[in-house]
Design a protein around this ligand. Structure first.
Ligand code: ZN
Length: 203
């Protein structure tokens, strides 16, 4: 399976990193080795002093497809999840400055936390899902999919022009504002509406 991540999909987060608003979705991939194993803590890697949390709504692909029209995109996923796109921000900045790919900063082992899944049918609309991240019991990131620049079905249309989507692939749909550094002993907890989707310790 593969993980397809969308960057810069919320205006407030684009502003906080002083990035340009993209004319097309920004896409990058993580390999399956980036998935943090269930029940494991996240270990801050020794090549970074500034690993950030980015909480994101996840979509699990349930059907093989290519060149999917957004009208039919809803047929290609049945489950919605929540995860963290861990990002070595210091390393990413160096790579960005040189115009190099971001993979070392975003695709390293453990850089993709995938929480629990909820059936899509639990939601009246996938374009109005509220989610949040708590760090040590305070809310640090809060988002709603209604504020995505590209909605889930549009992302599936766009991504599937380039990559065949396969069963089990996961799309990370971008983070709202509030990204910040994680420190050893931080406790992170992710919620969709009032459902706890993951709980994690930083080491
Ligand atoms: Zn992200």
């Amino acid at each position: 399976m593969k993980i397809i991540c969308i960057g810069r999909n919320y205006t407030d987060h684009i502003k906080e990193l002083a990035n340009e608003k993209p004319t097309d979705p920004v896409i990058f991939l993580k390999p399956d080795t980036a998935i943090l194993l269930k029940g494991q803590p996240f270990f801050i890697p020794d090549f970074s002093n500034d690993v950030h949390h980015e909480v994101e709504i996840l979509v699990k692909i349930s059907r093989v497809g290519k060149h999917i029209d957004k009208k039919f995109a809803h047929k290609y996923y049945n489950e919605i999840g929540l995860g963290i796109d861990f990002t070595a921000r210091d390393l990413q900045q160096k790579l960005k400055d040189k115009g190099l790919p971001w993979e070392k900063a975003k695709a390293f082992d453990g850089a993709a936390l995938v929480g629990k899944w909820l059936p899509k049918s639990d939601f009246e609309s996938v374009d109005a899902i509220n989610f949040s991240l708590e760090k040590n019991d305070s809310v640090v990131q809060q988002g709603t999919t209604s504020l995505m620049l590209w909605k889930i079905d549009e992302l599936i249309e766009y991504v599937s022009k380039y990559f065949t989507l396969k069963i089990g692939d996961i799309i990370f749909t971008g983070t709202p504002s509030g990204v910040a550094k994680v420190e050893a002993n931080d406790e992170l907890r992710g919620l969709i509406e009032n459902n706890e989707m993951f709980k994690l310790t930083i080491k």
